[in-house]
Design a protein around this ligand. Structure first.
Ligand SMILES: NC(=O)C1=CN([C@@H]2O[C@H](COP(=O)(O)OP(=O)(O)OC[C@H]3O[C@@H](n4cnc5c(N)ncnc54)[C@H](OP(=O)(O)O)[C@@H]3O)[C@@H](O)[C@H]2O)C=CC1
Ligand SMILES: O=C(CO)COP(=O)(O)O
Length: 355
């Protein structure tokens, strides 16, 4: 592979547009696929994306197109930045134009409903290719667009994919760290959206920094419990794709998921909030899918359960927060002292006290 890498970004929403801007800024020929031909024309004419990122001036080397074949022809590296609900459909459409030597990297932070799959699993199933990866980290699109310093993770078990993405994206404002745990990085990015909604809600209810801190830490415990139950390695959650992304989305109103939580906390209805956002907030669907999976597998996820009741069964956020404070007081770090052992010893103490 030469120093200049031809890149296709499939999906010109907020993140795809910000990513295309970085790639082109680094001197690589960049195609940006959007499904709407008028938007593609506007991007090429104005060198900005008037629908999703009107304030970001794009390098002129970003070529937008609504033709998937044209976008993918000769691309060595392909980023897929489509929300999880449309991911499989777009990948199926792209499949006839993809070649096994191309590197495919998902930036999507969500699950496919059918079969509860992650995007890397869909990429493997639909293409059968080997150069697959996921990009995940504290990467709010609007901050990337302003070239605010940050880092991300390229997770892949393929050496070529990791090295190429580090070379193509890394620069003076964007650091790209490598990880071989694709599944862990992807789970971190998808799960943190749930807790960003809870954090936005807590802020709207006037809760303080102690509350936010407890929420984020218990979120990490809950995410880890879920990951372990699915056979994943929770250590990846200690990196940028886990705790890094959890912190930014649980603290910044620039996060759409956080803003959904804020609006719900202010008493707006879910339909109203989603409608007015005009962009994807993956966490809403993720709460529903993860709750169903946790129920099926018997995984204790009190934050997910409470959020599900608020989002889909009209429970009041304040009452849910109050009732959660009455849950059993369990173990802090479950990998040090497993939850079951804490509960068993608590039961023993209760028995001794009542004897
Ligand atoms: N924005 C961010 O800060 C970050 C986002 N991500 C993740 O990236 C993914 C994309 O998010 P983002 O760009 O922000 O989303 P946006 O809502 O900003 O944009 C969504 C884009 O996907 C397109 N799209 C949606 N559904 C389909 C479909 N069925 N077929 C074809 N195109 C479709 C939209 O096209 P149209 O306009 O025609 O509907 C639009 O271009 C999400 O999983 C998100 O979690 C990851 C890191 C940061
Ligand atoms: O994943 C993100 C930042 O890393 C973007 O978060 P939102 O989708 O909540 O805006």
């Amino acid at each position: 592979m030469t120093a200049s890498v031809t890149v296709a970004v499939i999906g010109g929403g907020s993140f795809g547009t910000a990513l295309a801007s970085i790639v082109a800024d680094n001197g690589h020929p960049t195609r940006l696929w959007v499904r709407n031909p008028e938007l593609a024309e506007a991007i090429n004419r104005e060198h900005r994306n008037p629908r999703y990122m009107p304030d970001l001036q794009l390098p002129e080397t970003v070529q937008a197109t609504s033709d998937l074949e044209e976008a993918l022809e000769g691309a060595e590296l392909v980023f897929l930045a489509i929300p999880s609900k449309g991911f499989a459909q777009v990948l199926e459409q792209a499949r006839p134009f993809l070649k096994p030597e191309q590197l495919l990297v998902s930036t999507t932070k969500g699950f496919e409903e059918k079969g509860f799959k992650l995007m890397s699993q869909l990429m493997a199933e639909i293409t059968g290719f080997t150069h697959l990866g996921v990009l995940s980290g504290p990467n709010l699109a609007s901050e990337l667009a302003q070239k605010q310093l940050t880092g991300t993770v390229i997770a892949s078990d393929d050496d070529l994919t990791r090295a190429t993405v580090q070379q193509v994206l890394g620069n003076r404002y964007f650091r790209v760290y490598a990880n071989t745990d694709i599944y862990g990085a992807e789970l971190g990015g998808a799960l943190k959206n749930i807790y960003a909604i809870a954090a936005g809600m807590a802020a709207a209810l006037g809760m303080g920094e102690n509350t936010r801190s407890m929420l984020m830490t218990r979120a990490l415990a809950e995410m880890s419990r879920f990951a372990v139950s699915l056979g994943a390695n929770p250590m990846t959650f200690l990196g940028l794709a886990g705790v890094g992304d959890l912190i930014v989305t649980c603290t910044s109103p620039l996060s759409r998921n956080y803003r959904v939580g804020q609006a719900l906390g202010q008493g707006k209805s879910l339909d109203e909030v989603v409608e007015s956002l005009g962009q994807v907030a993956e966490g809403v669907n993720t709460v529903r899918l993860v709750k169903a999976k946790a129920d099926e597998m018997g995984i204790y996820m009190p934050l997910v359960q409470a959020l599900y009741l608020v989002l889909f069964e009209n429970h009041s956020p304040r009452e849910m927060a109050g009732s959660m404070m009455g849950n059993e007081q369990s173990t802090d770090v479950e990998f040090v002292l497993p939850r079951d052992e804490v509960l068993k010893s608590a039961q023993k103490i209760t028995r001794v006290a009542s004897d």
